[in-house]
Ligand binder design. Structure first.
Ligand SMILES: Nc1ncnc2c1ncn2[C@@H]1O[C@H](COP(=O)(O)OP(=O)(O)OP(=O)(O)O)[C@@H](O)[C@H]1O
Ligand SMILES: [Mg+2]
Length: 512
């Protein structure tokens, strides 16, 4: 029987989980070192790729071949150049030499997949606010790793795990606070027994532990310079990042840390206090508070309406997190869920729900009552021509069809019209945006195909646009000229990119 797994493909650490014979999620360890979480670091050699902590060791001697935080690049059209040792913008040119984010991520997925045998299907998690392009690249990565894949949002996976824990009984609204290595997500969901209704998600794709490590490095550099008259050589040195991460973790438990730092002028003992560190990340903390307020506002609730705050992600171990939660929510967050593993465990549960036929009776029973209702995380719209009242001239604007936070499944129809007599085609554009935008510069066009109109199309002839979004993230769009009933249909499900075959042909590594 093929195994179905859940994978948390994190910016800094990744994890894989499976449902055990009784239907409880179980995190699988790296058989070599028994680690339950694997560093999302990749070293690419000539024929061999190394994933995990050992890739960082390789970075010390061969930095240009080591790729970190690939998840932050998933939505970008970039490649990693091993000759330059950096991401290069492809500007739409597909023949720029280097590895795409999906190729690099596929190596992480392949490594995790081999922690057990016979894995064919996976649910891979993505941040709630991951845009279409990043989701497509994640699907490419999974396919390159020879996995049949479905995606689920990270906070949704976390709440699935939490609601399914034995002995947990919540009835009411919960706030999932997910602060990881690279991204920050807040989700508010209504939970009753094992039924979960996601209400809203907000987030920042570039706020997480790596940014905090950078601040520690800046403090070390400043203090080294003050003591020795010269700053540290390379602030991007991965060894320095490891030291900074260690200091940060100690500061989660202690008020002060002393560390001997090697620099261009020899070793120097440097002390850092938690207060100093917290001051240095002040702008990030303010952003986090702002996003908490925004999530509450979007969910139309007050802190007193939230029964529990759940912590997810390694960075939630930092004391400031519980402090701001206590301050804003007037209640301490819930302890007891493994913040490193909750997302992978939730993904394994979702994998079970989506593949019930492959479960044994105990597994089926364990997840029988779990029910999930997710939302559309973006505004989905289309482009239309309209008169700009101020300029008194025609212009193209974005018009929202499905508003953000609409419960899935949904189907929404909007009415438009043919622009001028004898118009031959309509551009059927589908757009995505985080905000409710009319300005086309702030939306991403994720699909654009023509609808050929009937011969005698007249200005004002009605055109109906219907978007139907199902629970698996699949959106069906119909653009129809009502007079002739001619229509153009598009099914949008992130399903891998058009260049998938090329990506596959280029990748031939042994993975360690
Ligand atoms: N005790 C601790 N104190 C402070 N930070 C910690 C601690 N333990 C882990 N972290 C940080 O948590 C981060 C890793 O968390 P996690 O594994 O949840 O992130 P991720 O899944 O890689 O990232 P993302 O979810 O943002 O893609 C790292 O930056 C790590 O340094
Ligand atoms: Mg994570």
């Amino acid at each position: 029987m093929s195994k179905i797994v859940g994978i948390d493909l994190g910016t800094t650490f990744s994890a894989i989980a499976i449902l055990d014979d009784l239907g409880n999620p179980e995190v699988l360890s790296d058989p070599i070192n028994n680690n339950r979480i694997t560093r999302s670091a990749v070293y690419v050699g000539r024929e061999k790729a190394i994933v995990g902590d050992k890739a960082i060791d390789a970075a010390v001697t061969n930095k240009k071949n080591t790729i970190l935080e690939v998840k932050s690049e998933m939505e970008n059209d970039v490649v990693w150049s091993t000759s330059k040792g950096q991401w290069i913008d492809r500007d739409g040119k597909k023949d720029v030499k280097g590895y795409t984010p999906s190729q690099i991520s596929s190596l992480i997925l392949s490594k995790l997949k081999d922690y057990t045998s016979g894995v064919k299907k996976a649910v891979v998690t993505v941040p709630a606010m991951f845009a279409e392009a990043a989701r497509v690249a994640t699907i490419d990565a999974a396919k390159l790793a020879k996995l049949d894949v479905e995606l689920i949002n990270e906070p949704t996976a976390a709440v699935l795990h939490y609601a399914n824990l034995p002995g947990v009984s919540i009835s009411g609204r919960v706030l999932i606070f997910d602060l990881g290595g690279g991204t920050f997500d807040i989700t508010i969901a209504a939970v009753k027994d094992k039924k979960i209704d996601v209400i809203t998600s907000v987030g920042d794709k570039h706020l997480g532990g790596r940014r905090f490590d950078e601040e520690i490095i800046k403090i070390l550099d400043k203090k080294y310079k003050k003591a020795k008259g010269k700053g540290l050589d390379d602030l991007n040195d991965e060894k320095l990042f490891l030291i900074a991460e260690r200091i940060k973790k100690i500061l989660s438990n202690k008020e002060t840390v002393s560390e001997i730092i090697e620099g261009p002028k020899g070793p120097q003992k440097i002390d850092i206090t938690r207060k100093e560190f917290e001051n240095s990340i002040d702008t990030y903390v303010e952003k986090i508070k702002m996003l908490m307020e925004e999530a509450l506002e979007r969910a139309d609730c007050k802190p007193s309406n939230i029964q529990q705050t759940l912590l997810v992600g390694g960075s939630t171990r930092m004391p400031f997190v519980s402090e701001i939660i206590k301050k804003i929510m007037k209640k301490a967050p819930v302890k007891g869920v493994n913040v490193d593993e909750a997302v992978a465990c939730g993904a394994a549960i979702y994998a079970g729900i989506q593949n019930k036929d492959e479960l044994n009776p105990s597994q089926k029973k364990a997840i029988a009552k779990v029910d999930l209702q997710d939302i559309c995380n973006f505004y989905m719209g289309t482009l239309m021509a309209t008169i700009d009242q101020e300029k008194d001239q025609w212009g193209v604007v974005n018009d929202v069809v499905i508003p953000r936070d609409t419960k899935l499944p949904c189907s929404i129809t909007k009415n438009y019209a043919v622009l001028h007599d004898d118009q031959e085609t309509i551009d059927c554009s589908v757009t995505q945006s985080e905000g409710e935008e009319s300005n086309i510069d702030f939306v991403v066009v994720i699909a654009k195909e023509p609808l050929k109109l009937s011969k005698n199309a007249k200005q004002g002839d009605p055109v109906e646009v219907t978007y139907s979004y199902d629970t698996n993230g699949k959106m069906h769009c119909v653009f129809q000229e009502m007079k002739s009933k001619k229509k153009h249909e598009m099914t949008l499900k992130p399903d891998g990119s058009k260049e998938f075959k090329k990506l596959k042909d280029e990748l031939d590594f042994d993975i360690e």
